[in-house]
Design a protein around this ligand. Sequence first.
Ligand code: ADP
Length: 462
Amino acid sequence: MKSFSIKAKITRWFSLLILAILAAALALFMSAGSSVLRARGQRTLQELVQKNSEELTYTADRRDILYGYQYIIYGDGYLIIRDNFLDRENGVYCALFDSAGNLLYGTHVGAFPISADGTVHTLSGSDRDYYVYSQPLSGEGLDGLIMQGVVEKDANRFLLDGLFSEALLILPALALLAVGGGYILAAVMLRPIQKISQSAAAISGGEDLSRRIDIGGGNDEVHRLADSFNKMLARLETSFEEEKQFTSDISHELRTPVSVILAQSELAADNPDPKAMEVIRRQALRMKNILERMLSYSRLARLESLPARETVDISLMCRALAEEQRLKDCRGMHLHRDIQPDLLAVGDEGLIIQALVNLLDNACKYGAQDGNIWLTAGRNGRKVYIQVADDGPGIPRRQQGKVFGRFYRADTSRTGDAGGSLGLGLAVVRQIARLCGGSISLSSRPGKGCTFTLTLPAAENQ
Ligand code: ADP
């Protein structure tokens, strides 16, 4: 089957629709016009018969007939026919008959039966139809006389025929106009779609995901489509960028331990040395650490919801974390805590611990040497919040929105030690907060440190 472009289809359907409407309007006009003209013909017929009936008088006295009067001898007297008697007007023929049906006066177009019942009859002549109206006369000397009018049924049809032939001439012009109009309309309506498809082709051909579809301002369906398309491209671009960054980060992280292991194992092959074996073991551990963190993140990222939610004693958890040795060994930093008692939240205990460890580790890693870390926990309405703050260098404003993204490292020069900095810690925290039905936010002023706030739903029975 031949496939037409949408533009051709719209043009075709639009033109057909307009033509059908025009044809229907013309047919309606012709039928209504014909009824109106016929009704008018009948009215004219009745009016003329009525008028002519009033133009007749009977007299028995010959002297009543003045000079110039028209008259006919009728019975014992005379019928005077005034000049206003019109035996032919607007296609209506009028004639006077006696009671036996003999023509006395007027013009007679055919022998039609005389039926003076006050209605207009439609009668067939030799080749066409006629309206016939007969009216009995009354008054002195007039009884028995009948005035009959006859008019062709479609006497005024020529008016409509004229209009119809003009319409037939105009119709092709209108058809052309409809096709042209339909084409222009389709072209205008489809122009943004064409732009979208051209942009999409250019983007997919050039694989340039930073390009966006620009079809100007507006908020109609097509603009919304372009908008969704642009959002999809933005997400794709972010995800491709993240993947690229990920590949380069992982290669970077793994290259060093792999090189060290290769070099040390070559040395050890010629000259077995326990120190070399120790270096190999340490580097292998570092690789294991990196791979484990990646695996644990990807497992977490795949989770749509927590398998089960439990009540978690946040006060207890924070106090235990604050006691951990690694915080005490942290670059001479001092830990302050302000933990309200009996804070119960819902979530997964293991995951919440993981999130807090990540935040505390970051404060320890990025906070100021010999500086401070504040661990605060409290309740705000139906939420339990935990804050981890430091007085380190903080995070520049333009990077604050990005730090929760995967593999994002504000300071790329740091790679850390065992396992290094992968840029996954805060992404993990965000995912845990989401899974527990809470949220994570950051407030930071460069030079004044960072405050991360993890909010969790409070347990109902608190
Ligand atoms: P990682 O610590 O593995 O790099 P994170 O996702 O935990 O990954 O952190 C992302 C980035 O955010 C870090 O690279 C760091 O630059 C910045 N950042 C996180 N916490 C802090 C903090 N407390 N102070 C300053 N910068 C921070």
